[in-house]
Design a protein around this ligand. Structure first.
Ligand code: HEM
Length: 222
C-alpha cells in the first residue's frame, strides 16, 4: 500500500445526497414490490394495507425517477465524466475482470491499476442505468395507462418490471456486500455514505489512474 498521507474528496455532496435518496427509494420500492408479487400480507400491513403500499410504491417511483434527473440537470459535467469513465474499458479493465480485483478467493493474478471506478463498478454502473430505465418505461405505463393498454402489453410490462427487480436486487446486494462488508473493499464505504473523503493511500492503491490525475494539492485534505 502506498505511503501517501491525507484524504481525497471522491464523492461530492450532491452525488452523496442523490445516492442516499436513490438507495432509500430502492429499498422501499423493492420491499413493497416483492410484497405485491408474492402477496406478502405482513408487508402490506406495515404500510397500512395494500392500497397504501401501492400509493407508496408509485410515488416513491416518482422520487426514484425525478431525483436522478434533477441530479443530472444540475451536475451535467460531473454526470458526463461518470458516463465517460464507466464507458471506457481498457486492457487493464479486462485484466481486472479476469482476477475480479483479487476479491474472490482462488482467483489469483496481479490486479492492474484502475480508474475512479474499477471494472466491476463500471459494469454495475451500466447495469443500474439499464435497470432504472426499464423500471421507468414499465412502471409508469403500469400505473398511468393500465386501462388503455392491450392486456398482453400490460402483462409484458409486469413481467419485465418483476425480472428487472430480481436482477437489480441481486446486483445491489452484491454491491452492498463489496461496499460495506468485504474487508478489502469496504474501506471506501464511508466516502459515499458520510463525508465524501477517502484515505489518499487507499485511493492511490485502488484507483491508481484516477489518483494520478489529482495533481492539484488542494484536493488532498490532511
Ligand atoms: C420508476 C419507478 C417505478 C414505478 C413507477 C413503479 C410502478 C409500479 C406499479 C404501478 C406496480 C403495480 C402495482 C401497483 O399498482 O402498485 C409495480 C409493481 C412492482 N414493482 Fe414497481 N415501480 C417502480 C420501481 C420499482 C423498483 C425500483 C422495484 C424493485 C426494486 C420495483 C418492484 C416492483 C415489483 C416486484 C412489482 C410487482 C410486479 C408484479 O406483480 O409482477 N418497482 N411497480
Amino acid at each position: 500500500m502506498s505511503q501517501v498521507k491525507g484524504k481525497v474528496l471522491k464523492h461530492a455532496g450532491q452525488t452523496r445526497l442523490m445516492h442516499w435518496i436513490h438507495l432509500i427509494c430502492f429499498v422501499i420500492l423493492g420491499i413493497t414490490g416483492l410484497g405485491f408479487y408474492f402477496k406478502i400480507i405482513t408487508i402490506d400491513y406495515i404500510f397500512g394495507g395494500i392500497g397504501n403500499a401501492s400509493v407508496v410504491h408509485r410515488w416513491l417511483g416518482v422520487v426514484f425517477t425525478v431525483g436522478p434527473l434533477l441530479y443530472i440537470l444540475t451536475n451535467f459535467g460531473r454526470f458526463s465524466r461518470f458516463i465517460d469513465t464507466i464507458s471506457t474499458f481498457t486492457k487493464d479493465d479486462f485484466k481486472w475482470l479476469k482476477t475480479m480485483g483479487g476479491y474472490i478467493p482462488g482467483l489469483k493474478g496481479e490486479v492492474p491499476p484502475q480508474d475512479k471506478y474499477n471494472a466491476g463498478q463500471k459494469l454495475l454502473g451500466w447495469l443500474v442505468i439499464i435497470c432504472c430505465f426499464l423500471f421507468f418505461v414499465t412502471g409508469f405505463p403500469m400505473w398511468l395507462w393500465r386501462h388503455a393498454m392491450p392486456p398482453q402489453l400490460l402483462g409484458l410490462c409486469y413481467d419485465i418490471h418483476f425480472w428487472d427487480a430480481v436482477i437489480a436486487i441481486l446486483a445491489v446486494a452484491g454491491h452492498f456486500f463489496l461496499a460495506a462488508i468485504h474487508p478489502k473493499s469496504r474501506v471506501e464505504f464511508a466516502s459515499m455514505m458520510t463525508n465524501g473523503y477517502v484515505e489518499a493511500a487507499v485511493s492511490a492503491h485502488h484507483n491508481e489512474k484516477w489518483f494520478a490525475t489529482l495533481q492539484n494539492d488542494s484536493e488532498l485534505k490532511a
